[in-house]
Design a binder for this molecule. Structure first.
Ligand code: PEP
Ligand code: MG
Length: 842
């Protein structure tokens, strides 16, 4: 015989009851805290994970013992209580205990309509969530005796038995069905996607009902004390008279305003003392629970009950402001504020916005569901969004509304627009989670996914591939590519990152090639430039031709003449970089790519070049052909060019030194860092070093100025990592270029890996794309070997990582562990890296 459920597996929530998040779930723990704050929480019993697991496994439910806690003939609700809020749980069931007898009694005490509403709702919820019947027959539009009779009859017809009248059986069935729902495959997959472990438990809370339906001031609502988008203090929420649970949210038009509002009566006017209590509870939960909470409340005949409270769902921007405000008010420590903000969430704050001053061609207006702006080509399905992303084309996913199967498409899209839905709709919630600009409920538009057409209220028609802009901050869709503004970073953001900087113990620099990049990097408080890819400077207007002349030069003199013309341009580039970085370190990488990248690829381009150089077309074609390589990324590039055509590096070194002197004369001394790419042998470094030293000496003599510089090597071939001991002897620093190092460690072309990477990841050959997430096992081992051998030879050797991995929290953790001095990443990832580094240090 099965053993009945252990009585100790459920506990009445009191200030001293033994309830933890790990045994009874977040909701039970939160309710206990509200009880401790002396809020009017109706009597509540919590079932532990263990108890719920036993129920799911078929053990009998001690419904009588549980119901006995609530006195005679109670009405109760059951809600899920997983360990983490995000892990979800089965739907809440209210009004358990309603039956014909209670219906009759309540009709005399609360009125016929109230009694019927309560019974009707219970039958509906029970039929759909517990008996799992098709919802349609139970969705009656009216609330009267006839409707009640209809749903009772529908239940009996489907189940071949009358609606259960015994409250004990009702409660037992509700608990059993919720316990089993948690074990279902879909629920399991959903929560695992949110990070829940396979064995995550579910607690349940059984609570005495406060009836928001009945005589006097009765109703229910939610209230919160900050704006969920901006995080600014503001009372928001909804209240609906004669309602229960979260009805007020489902029917916003019918809701009463919480605070005084010219559009209609508010709770503040109808019941000022209740409103004042709610404000007080909000303050108490902020200071004592150390969090901004949304409080769910019920008013029964003028008496206020607090039913539940959850952390206010918030945008990333609001998350930062809330954490900073709590710390500034002394409620939490600055370090805790730092830990409360997820590094990757910062990228949402860094989103561009539509420039409010520029012309706007608005085609739709909806709800601003997720802030930021994005533009791209229209697509009407998830598959099309994924295809577009695979082609590297930003796209805007347009749907009537989204469903879970659209999540992959949303991941792939730059922005989302839906015809239907509200601020808590699927599209809105997912987009906020992904930091994706999103407009929902653009009710004037008509989306026809079959014909792939979007019609706007003013009769315009947009098809697949047409470009639009989503303004998720204002809730608008605009035709074409509207003008965009760089993200505005507010004071809270700066304060938080200031606190992060105070605790982190690894440096963060930026990869910046142009003065514009450098300015962005400075704006994000990068501690210097970790990688300036100088070749990008040669693609600029007016330079490409000189560059091509240099490549095509037949004699030393011709080459020197072309380089002489490039020199002042490079010097200006470096002057601007040094000025912007104002004394912070700037690491300049000498020329890296194969020369043919600068040459035309088609006949028209070659003809143009022949004219510009005043050479025969046949000669141009011959020279271009001669420079072509089978594996250019493994060919004549990087230091190999520096060794065989040393004049290029000499020109660059001179430009760097002259710029350093020029800027140094006007302000603090500049100590440039010069980095040699693609090294694989010690001798390469020696050859380049000798030449660069000679240039330095010549510039010093010529200009009569003293300056210092530091030479370093980019470790991006496996051999450089293995031979780091001898290579480092000539170096001040080593910087690991994990893009090339990944390419060469795997023998996997950076440019062609996309062809099979998806299949490889899906089949589990690689756990992740190693160009995105650092391969800690293989490439990581080379990093460790290089770092160890380099430091063994030169103890104060500066170590860093400057590949695309530099901004990933996982790579930062790896580098920190390996004792690196800094990581360098694209300017927009600098804030994420600063925060991630602080999390590691705390
Ligand atoms: C690298 O290889 O990691 C690197 C930073 O250089 P690039 O991406 O320019 O080859
Ligand atoms: Mg490289």
């Amino acid at each position: 015989m099965q053993k009945p459920m252990d009585f100790r597996d459920f506990v009445e929530i009191s200030p001293t009851a033994r309830i933890t998040r790990d045994t009874h779930g977040w909701r039970a723990k939160c309710l206990q805290r509200l009880v401790r704050l002396e809020m009017p929480v109706p009597k509540t019993v919590a079932l532990s994970f263990q108890a719920v697991r036993a129920i799911a496994a078929g053990q009998p439910v001690e419904a009588a013992a549980i119901l006995a806690c609530f006195g005679p003939a109670p009405l109760v609700s059951v809600r899920p209580s997983a360990q983490e809020t995000e892990w979800g749980g089965p739907s809440t069931v209210l009004n358990i205990g309603m039956n014909a007898q209670r219906h009759a009694e309540l009709a005399t005490t609360h009125g016929q309509e109230a009694a019927t509403t309560l019974y009707l709702r219970f039958v509906q919820a029970y039929a759909i969530h517990v008996a799992r019947l098709d919802p349609d027959p139970f969705m009656v539009g009216t609330v009267d005796e006839a409707a009640l009779d209809a749903v009772l009859a529908a239940y009996e017809a489907e189940m071949e038995e009358p609606f259960p009248q015994d409250p004990l059986r009702q409660l037992a069935e509700v608990l059993r069905s919720m316990a089993r729902a948690w074990e279902g495959t879909t629920a399991r997959l959903l929560r695992q996607a949110k990070g829940a472990p396979a064995e995550a438990g579910l607690g349940l809370v059984v609570q005495g009902m406060a009836l928001g339906i009945g005589r006097g001031v009765s109703g229910a609502g939610v209230i919160q004390f900050i704006d969920p988008v901006t995080g600014q203090p503001q009372v928001t929420g909804r209240y609906l008279g004669q309602s229960q649970g979260r009805d007020a949210l489902a029917d916003p038009d019918a809701a009463l305003y919480l605070t005084r509002d010219p559009r209609g009566p508010s709770l503040e006017e109808v019941a000022p003392e209740i409103f004042a209590d709610l404000i007080r509870f909000g303050q108490a939960s902020r200071t004592r629970l150390r969090e901004e909470m949304q409080i769910e409340f019920t008013v029964e005949a003028g008496q206020l009950f607090v039913i539940d409270a959850v952390k206010v769902a918030r945008s990333s921007r609001a998350g930062v402001r809330i954490a900073v405000a709590l710390a500034e008010d002394g409620i939490i420590a600055p370090e805790e504020a730092v830990l409360r903000v997820e590094p990757r969430a910062l990228s949402e704050l860094l989103h561009p916005q539509v420039d409010a001053r520029a012309p706007r061609d608005r085609i739709a207006r909806g709800i601003a569901a997720s802030p930021g702006a994005a533009q791209g080509k229209l697509v009407f399905s998830s598959a099309a969004a994924q295809a577009s992303a695979a082609r590297g084309e930003p796209c805007i996913l347009v749907r009537r509304e989204t469903a879970p199967e659209d999540v992959r498409g949303m991941h792939a899209a730059a922005g989302v627009l839906t015809e239907r839905g509200g601020i808590t709709s699927h599209a809105a919630v997912i987009a906020r989670g992904l930091g994706l600009p999103c407009v929902v409920g653009a009710s004037g538009i008509l989306v026809n996914p079959r014909d792939r057409v979007l019609r706007t209220p003013d009769g315009r028609r947009f098809g697949e591939g047409d470009v639009i802009t989503i303004d998720g901050t204002r809730g608008e869709a605009l035709a074409g590519a509207a003008e965009m503004l760089k993200p505005a970073l507010d004071q809270a953001f700066r304060t938080l990152l200031g606190w992060a900087d105070a605790v982190r113990d690894i440096g963060v620099r930026a990869n910046a090639d142009t003065p514009a990049d450098a300015a962005t990097a400075r704006g994000f408080d990068a501690e210097g430039i970790g990688l300036c890819r100088t070749e990008h400077m040669f693609f600029e207007e007016g330079r490409l031709t000189v560059m091509r002349e240099m490549i095509f030069a037949d004699t030393r003199e011709d080459r020197a003449a072309a380089l002489d013309r490039l020199l002042p341009m490079q010097r200006d580039d470096f002057v601007r970089l040094f000025e912007i970085m104002a004394g912070l370190p700037v690491c300049i990488r000498l020329f890296d790519p194969p020369l043919h990248e600068f040459l035309p690829h088609d006949r028209d381009g070659m003809l143009e070049l022949a004219e510009a150089l005043d050479k025969p077309l046949s000669e141009v074609i011959r020279r271009v052909e001669a420079l072509r390589e089978t594996n250019p990324m493994l060919g004549m590039r990087g230091v190999r060019l520096g060794v065989t055509i040393p004049e290029i590096y000499e020109m660059q070194a001179r430009a760097i030194f002259e710029a350093a002197i020029e800027v140094g004369r006007r302000g603090a001394a500049v100590v440039p860092e010069i980095m040699i790419p693609l090294v694989s042998a010690k001798r390469e470094v020696e050859l380049v070093k000798t030449r660069v030293d000679a240039v330095a000496a010549a510039v010093r003599t010529h200009q009569g100025a003293a300056f210092d510089y530091r030479l370093g090597v980019m470790v991006e071939t496996p051999r450089a990592a293995l031979r780091a001991g001898e290579i480092a002897q000539h170096c001040h620093f080593l910087s690991f270029g994990t893009n090339d190092l990944t390419q060469m460690t795997y023998g996997l072309s950076r440019d062609d890996a996309g062809r099979f990477m998806n299949a490889y990841v899906q089949l589990g050959v690689f756990p992740e794309d190693p160009f995105h997430i650092l391969d800690a096992e293989g490439v990581g081992e080379l990093l460790l070997i290089g770092a160890e051998r380099g430091r063994a030879a030169v103890p104060n050797l500066l170590l860093s990582l400057c590949g695309e991995h530099g901004g990933n929290p996982e790579s930062i953790a790896f580098c920190r562990q390996a004792g690196f001095d800094y990581v360098s990443c694209s300017p927009f990832r600098v804030p994420v890296a600063r925060l991630a580094a602080a999390h590691l240090a705390l």
